[in-house]
Design a protein around this ligand. Structure first.
Ligand code: ADP
Ligand code: MN
Ligand code: MN
Ligand code: MN
Ligand code: MN
Length: 341
């Protein structure tokens, strides 16, 4: 007996890393208790090494059923290590681990809304050859062949995520044709980020069979078309119990150099998306507000009404690294909440 393990890792491409994967045949069955073995790859082909010393190590950190191959086969998310077993410099998960551990007692959880855009060759799916479709307005959560492009791929991706056991909380069609969203969470920082990377891989892999590419480009069409973000919803136990903690978290995000520290790590090309138009706040002005989709951070109306809940950081780009955004938010907000008692 043997099974296929698809080893998936995040490469070193700048400014936005890409996913890579390859298949390892393993003996037995996945549940026989044997640890998934480490593996290696050629880092010179992934922007993670020079050619003369190019071996890098894949360390399995998360695995789940492979919904594409089915049977006993699995997907295996890996951290990239150097051959001395230290984290490779591209390994942002290794930076999140100690921060998640330090603040675990505050029980931080995240729900990330991943927006993305399907492309059919060089055009967003649903854009006519050499032109533009009707202006945006009717597409968001739309229905019908004149408004919806790619639903068969979206439904298949959702099924794959659920079969893999990922904690998807919903999907919707977005404001621009060919643009969609799925949400992962709420989960702890490492869990939400691991699952989001796997869900991204499944998105690309599912769309591949339809000859469509999915992209996380934050501003796929210039001009009067919505960009693609990754709104990051966040709470700690204190925030889920008390409105003062909700405000303290917003204030912590707005303090001193924090707004810029965050925004410059929220995905390449963020200034093109956070213009102040299209339901965004300008990238260089921090604000928070109840029910305000033009603020950097939104407090949902229900949270104000209930006097507890979570906040939504609306700034992260679709192409953000979830290991980075969760690390920054946990570090900033949990440090701020600690000071506030
Ligand atoms: P929006 O109204 O901004 O489109 P969505 O419904 O798309 O919001 O996404 C909200 C996300 O927030 C979901 O992933 C949901 O699971 C998550 N969420 C809900 N409650 C909490 C909470 N207390 N802490 C963190 N995330 C939460
Ligand atoms: Mn080879
Ligand atoms: Mn949403
Ligand atoms: Mn959205
Ligand atoms: Mn949102």
């Amino acid at each position: 007996m043997s099974y296929k393990a698809e080893y998936i890792w995040i490469d070193g491409t700048e400014p936005t890393a890409k996913l890579r994967s390859k298949t390892k045949i393993l003996p037995g069955v996945p549940s026989d208790g044997a640890e998934l073995p480490i593996w290696g790859f050629d880092g010179s082909s992934t922007n993670q090494a020079e050619g003369h010393a190019s071996d890098r190590v894949l360390q399995p950190v998360f695995s789940c059923p492979d919904p594409i191959r089915g049977g006993n086969d699995v997907l295996v998310l890996c951290e990239v290590l150097n051959i001395d077993m230290t984290p490779h410099e591209s390994n942002t998960r290794a930076l999140l681990r100690p921060v998640a551990e330090k603040f675990a007692a505050q029980e931080p959880i995240f729900g990330i809304e991943q927006e993305y855009t399907f492309f059919d060759g060089t055009r967003p799916l649903g854009f006519p050859v050499g032109g533009f479709p009707a202006a945006q307005g009717g597409y968001y959560c739309g229905v019908g062949a004149d408004e919806i492009f790619g639903r068969d791929i979206v439904e298949k991706h959702l099924d794959h995520c659920l079969t893999a056991g990922l904690d998807i909380s919903g999907i919707n069609a977005e404001v621009m044709p060919g643009q969609w969203e799925f949400q992962v969470g709420p989960l702890g920082p490492l869990e939400v980020a691991d699952q989001l990377w796997i869900a991204r891989w499944l998105l690309y892999r599912t769309a591949e069979d339809f000859n469509v590419s999915a992209t996380l480009n934050p501003k796929p069409v210039k001009g009067d078309w919505n960009g693609a973000g990754a709104h990051t919803n966040f709470s700690t136990r204190a925030m889920r119990e008390d409105y003062a903690a909700i405000i303290a978290a917003c204030e912590a995000l707005g303090e001193g150099s924090k707004p810029l520290d965050h925004v410059k790590n929220y995905g390449a090309g963020i200034d093109e998306r956070l213009t102040g138009l299209h339901e965004t706040a300008p990238w260089n002005e921090f604000s928070y507000g109840v029910s305000d989709r033009g603020a950097s951070v939104r407090i949902p109306w229900q949270v104000e009404k209930d006097g507890k809940g979570y906040i939504e950081d609306r700034r992260p780009n679709a192409n953000v690294d979830p290991y980075v955004v969760t690390r920054l938010i946990v570090d900033t907000c949990c440090t701020g909440l600690e000071k506030n008692g």
